[in-house]
Design a protein around this ligand. Structure first.
Ligand code: F6R
Length: 612
């Protein structure tokens, strides 16, 4: 949540900061702001709304500063107003701070500061940091840089919660100090210019060299010098990583929205992810077959869409491996008393690798001594760096807030991991292993056919986009897809959408149904097809509209017993989620478009949820 950018160089910083903010806008887009420092003048520009509004506002100010910090906000404390946007300053206006995270003890700190006559202008938790720094730096006139660093170290030592900070002080005009605890922060290393960012997209257009900061690192950034200290002010050695990425897929490539582009990329992203695994499945996840051999219990953890991927994988793991397996929301796992059996493998799934709940759950699993494997899309993200092993999905950047291609790539990785574990524990023969992996390898062709259903699905959306409630049903591996279909629809259309296991509707949810309500059932022609038909009959008996997401086999068996059908190719039944989810992604996209929604940046959301 919230994106931070910093620039120290020789060029005018404002346009570079704006570019960085645009790249980070997926982290929050309630409001934005920037501060630049030129000799002894700090100028701040802020605005409510998207970064484009800030850009226009900034042009009016002709900012010249060659050092600056900037922020795009997803509101936690205080409404999205200009006053609440970052950067925040102290009473003198000499110190400015941008912050991602939550300062949990800010109320007490603010009361203390108010009692010492500090004047606050915002409702944010962040503003206390600027005032606390003011108290440390107020009368400092020598050893300016050392004292600046010392002040940041001392102030952060009393903060509770999570933070990534960028700080400017007028008296040290060409220097940015950054630090982090439980919120991501990366430094970009350039030629006569250096950067700070919540992630590498903030500066990847300018440099592919990065330093990933650890919790309680303090970084001092100038145009030609970078130093990192620990909290005892000892200078630390650091690694500069050369990233094997560029800004290639940052555009929309002619698509109207990133979401549509990303839906259409899935034949390639799933293929690349499968190829990455199949190069050498025994070593693809880092963890060895020897380590997997004695696993007795599997925990899988994620949030939102990533959680739904773990739910699908639970069915695969229990079927192929015969090992008890749970899928759990990270936010629940963290705060409950969980059983911690020996020989547990904990698998974490996250597109961003920065989701605070998932990171917190990983900490708990590590503390329990579990082996941890993460499946992430973002290189060197916090989760990836904290896990024993990481597999990177091959999606390229996912920009649309609603996750699509990351989900199917996560499924590809999890399916392969399930097969690897099944092999390691000796629950499948090597022929069965080959058979399962061969079926997986054939998937991208079927995925192409699923993506090509856009026209048919658009017709369906045209019929139903004015409805206010949608119900999604599925069983077995397709039950999590019902949840994912509903999540996608509600996220980007703001319409009510509920997913249920089809067998459960008669136990309560059927009361929701009324005439005309679309009920979308995921029902390939598999062993549960007849059970799904029963659910459709129950739905139609209440006058609701029954829509089937089926395969060719299922369509033949349907014999017109539903109102509408989307027909996808036949694949092995355990692989149908790869196809059905794509149909539902397209359905959500088309309904959102017909309702004129902000598809790539839906209200109230942010792509990377770095607060608990
Ligand atoms: C839904 C969506 C969210 C994320 C969730 C976890 O479209 O994008 O539900 O899936 O916030 O994010 P990651 O995967 O980055 O941990």
């Amino acid at each position: 949540m919230c994106g931070i950018v910093g620039y120290a160089g020789e060029k005018s910083s404002a346009p570079i900061l704006i570019k960085g903010l645009k790249a980070l806008e997926y982290r929050g887009y309630d409001s934005a702001g920037l501060a630049t420092v030129e000799q002894d003048n700090i100028e701040i520009v802020k605005s409510v709304g998207k970064v484009a509004v800030l850009e226009e506002e900034t042009l009016k100010h002709n900012l010249k500063g060659i050092t600056g910090i900037a922020h795009t906000r997803w509101a936690t404390h205080g409404k999205p107003t200009t006053l609440n946007s970052h950067p925040h300053s102290d009473c003198t206006g000499d110190i400015v701070v941008v912050h991602n995270g939550i300062i949990e003890n800010y109320k007490t700190l603010k009361e203390d500061l108010l009692s010492r006559n500090h004047k606050f202008i915002s409702d944010t938790d962040t503003e206390v940091i600027a005032h606390l720094l003011e108290e440390k730096l107020n009368n400092v006139n020598d050893n300016l840089e050392d004292n600046f660093l010392k002040a940041v170290v001392e102030v952060t030592s009393i903060l509770e919660g999570s933070y990534a900070l960028g700080v400017l002080w007028k008296k040290v005009p060409n220097t940015i100090i950054g630090t982090r605890v439980k919120s991501p922060l990366v430094c970009g290393v350039g030629e006569n210019e250096n950067f700070l960012g919540s992630d590498i997209s903030a500066f990847i257009e300018f440099t592919n060299k990065a330093i990933y900061l650890n919790d309680e690192d303090f970084i001092v950034i100038k145009k030609d010098e970078i130093k990192i200290y620990d909290k005892l002010l000892h200078e630390k050695y650091f690694n500069v990583i050369e990233l094997d990425i560029n800004a290639e897929n940052s555009g929309k490539n002619g698509y109207e929205h990133y979401m549509l582009k990303e839906i259409n990329e899935q034949p390639f992203t799933v293929r690349s992810t499968i190829e990455e695994v199949l190069k050498d499945i025994n070593h693809a996840f880092g963890i060895t077959k020897e380590e997997l051999k004695n696993i007795k219990n599997i925990m899988m953890i994620g949030c939102g869409t990533a959680y739904h991927a773990t739910m699908v994988a639970k069915y695969w793991i229990e079927e192929f491996c015969n090992i008890p397996c749970q899928a759990e929301y990270a936010s629940e796992y963290k705060y409950r008393q969980v059983a911690m059996p020996d020989e547990t493998l904990a698998i974490f799934v996250s597109q961003s690798g920065e989701t605070a709940d998932t990171v917190a759950a990983l900490e708990k699993a590590r503390a329990a001594g579990f082996k941890t494997v993460s499946i992430c899309n973002v290189f060197a993200s916090t989760l990836a760096r904290m896990s024993d092993y990481t597999f990177y999905t091959k999606c390229g950047s996912e920009i649309s807030v609603a996750s699509t291609k990351a989900f199917t790539a996560q499924l590809a990785a999890l399916f392969s991991l399930a097969v690897l574990i099944a092999d390691a524990v000796g629950n499948i023969s090597s022929d069965k292993k080959d058979e399962l992996l061969n079926e997986l390898a054939k998937l991208p062709v079927a995925i192409e056919a699923a993506v090509a259903q856009d026209k048919n699905i658009t017709k369906l959306a045209e019929k139903y986009y004015k409805q206010s409630t949608f119900v999604f049903l599925g069983r077995n591996v397709n039950y999590p897809i019902a949840l994912e279909g509903a999540l996608k629809l509600k996220e980007i259309t703001y319409l009510q959408a509920e997913g249920f296991p089809a067998g459960e509707i008669k136990h309560g949810p059927i009361a929701l149904l009324n005439a005309e309500m679309p009920v979308i059932s995921i029902m390939p022609g598999d062993k549960l097809f007849d059970k799904m038909v029963n659910a459709c009959e129950e739905v139609m008996a209440r006058g609701a509209k029954s829509i089937a997401i089926t395969d060719e086999k299922g369509f033949k068996l349907l014999e017109g017993r539903v109102e509408e059908a989307v027909i996808l190719p036949n694949v092995e039944e355990y692989l149908f989620p790869f196809l059905s989810v794509i149909a539902l992604q397209i359905f959500a996209y088309r309904i959102a478009k017909l309702n004129n929604r902000e598809i790539d940046q839906p209200r109230n959301l942010a792509k990377s949820v770095t607060v608990e």
